[in-house]
Design a protein around this ligand. Structure first.
Ligand code: NAI
Ligand code: 13P
Length: 335
């Protein structure tokens, strides 16, 4: 996949659209598949997606359709950027028309029930081998990427040569991708930082300052690394862009939907009220439960995922969560 590939991007939300800008800037022709025809028409006819990226002019090389078959026509690669919990259902519909080309997940969640990562869902539904399944993950808040603010990310695929081809495909003047073969580490880093982002948001919503947020971020990284390495990730992945990098971006930025979700919980809103206040996805509100279950299943202690799940479910409060973190049995930092 040299620049000037044809890429199909499934998902016309914030990240699908912003990543399409990266791909177009890197010289590719992009067709976005969108769920709503009016969003597709706006992208196709007016080169804008005001629902998700207001005031951003999209490059001419981006078009859009609601027809999955047209979206993948002649595609050299396929990108997925829809909410994780509905992805299996979506992909099952799309699968019959997908060509045998690399598939790239931009999604940062773990499926409830099956506890599968998105790359595992792709493998199950399409039957593709791991040399055709990749993920892109890093500190990539969509609004900043759409504004062409410089940022780096990780392209992970078990087949390094495929990761390198995708790296070439999305290396633009503002976007610098690195390669990795640690798909699991990148995906767990991306899903876990959303849960930690919610916890940090709660601390902010409660009015606490930087000592509190830095403590939650650091213990969040420890929790992420504990689970990911127990499942086989390279510990260095968690210290990199898809781990620490994304955790820092999410936990420090008011642009993060997950941090904002937590902030609203911290200020006393209920989960239902928060869902009613936005149409955008905060993956951590669901993945707290799947990551907690995955940690339990793996025999790993995951207090942040556990307590975030309790608060999101309305069984506890943000204040109780923060107190529980302090009151836990004391231990060595590296245990
Ligand atoms: N927005 C960001 O800055 C980043 C988001 N991500 C990840 O990308 C994935 C997508 O997120 P965003 O684009 O930000 O979400 P979004 O909420 O902005 O957009 C989601 C898109 O999926 C569509 N959608 C919603 N429910 C659907 C369903 N049941 N079936 C089909 N399509 C559906 C929506 O219409 C919308 O086009 C998430 O996993 C997120 O964690 C990753 C990196 C950055
Ligand atoms: O993944 C992201 C940044 O890398 C986006 O974070 P939010 O989903 O919390 O907005």
């Amino acid at each position: 996949m040299s620049p000037s590939s044809k890429v199909a991007v499934f998902g016309a939300g914030s990240w699908g659209t912003a990543f399409s800008i990266v791909l177009a800037d890197a010289g590719n022709d992009v067709t976005i598949w969108g769920r709503r025809e009016e969003v597709c028409e706006s992208i196709r006819e007016r080169h804008e997606n005001p629902d998700y990226l207001p005031d951003v002019k999209l490059p001419e090389a981006i078009t859009a359709t609601h027809d999955p078959e047209r979206a993948v026509h002649d595609a050299d690669a396929i990108v997925f950027a829809v909410p994780s919990q509905s992805f299996r259902e979506n992909l099952t519909e799309w699968a019959p028309v997908l060509p045998e080309v690399p598939m790239i997940s931009l999604m940062k969640g773990v499926e409830l029930g099956s506890l599968k990562r998105m790359s595992e869902v792709i493998a199950e539904v399409t039957g593709a081998g791991d040399d055709r399944i990749a993920v892109v993950s890093g500190p990539n808040l969509s609004r900043e990427i759409a504004n062409r603010e410089p940022a780096a990310s990780v392209v992970a695929c078990a087949d390094e040569s495929v990761a390198r081809r995708i790296q070439d495909m999305c290396h633009s003047t503002a976007f610098r991708p690195y390669t990795s073969v640690d798909v699991l580490g990148c995906e767990l880093g991306g899903a876990y930082k959303n849960v930690v982002g919610i916890a940090v948001g709660m601390a902010v919503g409660l009015g606490f300052g930087d000592n509190t947020t830095a403590s939650v971020i650091t213990r969040g990284l420890a929790e992420t690394a504990r689970l990911a390495t127990a499942l086989g990730a390279n510990p260095l992945t968690l210290m990199g862009l898809a781990g620490l990098g994304d955790l820092v971006a999410t936990c420090s930025s008011p642009l993060s939907r997950n941090r904002t979700f937590g902030e609203k919980l911290g200020r006393g809103m209920t989960t239902d009220d928060i869902y009613a206040s936005t149409r955008q996805v905060a993956e951590g509100a669901k993945s707290c439960a799947s990551l907690h279950a995955l940690a339990k299943h793996t025999g790993v202690d995951a207090p942040i995922a556990e307590h975030v799940e309790e608060v999101v479910a309305g069984r506890s409060t943000a204040a109780d969560m923060m107190q529980a973190f302090i009151d836990r049995d004391t231990k060595a930092e590296t245990d």
